[in-house]
Design a protein around this ligand. Structure first.
Ligand SMILES: Nc1ncnc2c1ncn2[C@@H]1O[C@H](COP(=O)(O)OP(=O)(O)OP(=O)(O)O)[C@@H](O)[C@H]1O
Length: 212
């Protein structure tokens, strides 16, 4: 079996004197999609932010490619893509400008590639419209265009299906599956009834983790 990209051992997180999860252990293997599920407030976003390195209020161990993640910050950040539950785009900027900003500090990408990614998420003709004039779903699609130019093997995606129509949902599902088939790994929180072959589930809020 291949080595996990990410491994969590006995993770625990407490918020406002309430334990969100404890003894949470799982491995994120290359070629897999993992769905984090649970009711509102069960800690899905918190867990994803912990995995992404954006939340330090936890105990336990996290490993990146078999080594403690803390000692591999640079490699981890270079190879991980995190999309938060808000689209995280700037309303005054156009989709092109936003996508360019989302790629900043990563690698140079031509306008042609950015434009094709926006077209790929259904935003043809909107590349130069300020994002404040786009619908909620279109704004989400600006952020999702980032996935079409992502070469990071690990994707951590928080509620990316929010405000997306049925065709868009199918397109995202296909994208997640494709990333896994290419040898990457995806961890996604969602209330959407995501079902993919071999999908691993992490159930928060009193449930248990298993594999479908
Ligand atoms: N910045 C914060 N400071 C203190 N408590 C917080 C903070 N963010 C979230 N919490 C608390 O942590 C708990 C888990 O929140 P979290 O957003 O991780 O849940 P979730 O499972 O993603 O919920 P939802 O399905 O509603 O998105 C909640 O009880 C929330 O009140």
């Amino acid at each position: 079996m291949s080595e996990p990209l990410l491994q969590a051992v006995n993770l625990q997180c407490e918020r406002d004197e309430r334990i969100l999860f404890r003894d949470l252990s799982f491995s994120v293997l290359p070629g897999t999609v993992t769905r984090v599920e649970g009711p509102n407030g069960s800690g899905k976003t918190t867990l994803l932010r912990i995995l992404a390195g954006l939340n330090d209020a936890w105990s336990g161990d996290l490993y990146w490619c078999g080594e403690p993640r803390a000692g591999q910050r640079e490699s981890f950040l270079r190879n991980m893509l995190y999309l938060g539950h808000r689209p995280g785009i700037k309303p005054l900027l156009t989709p092109m400008e936003n996508l360019r900003a989302l790629m900043a500090g990563r690698r140079p990408v031509s306008d042609e590639v950015l434009s094709r990614a926006l077209e790929g998420t259904g935003l043809a003709g909107y590349q130069k419209v300020p994002c404040r004039n786009l619908s909620a779903g279109q704004q989400r699609r600006v952020a999702l265009a980032r996935l079409l130019i992502a070469d990071e093997p690990l994707w951590l995606l928080d509620e990316v299906f929010t405000a997306i129509d049925a065709d868009g949902v199918r397109a995202i599902e296909a994208l997640l599956q494709q990333r896994a088939e290419e040898g990457g790994a995806v961890v996604v929180t969602t209330h959407h009834d995501l079902k993919l072959p071999g999908m691993q589930r992490i159930v928060l809020g009193g449930g248990q983790s298993d594999e479908q």
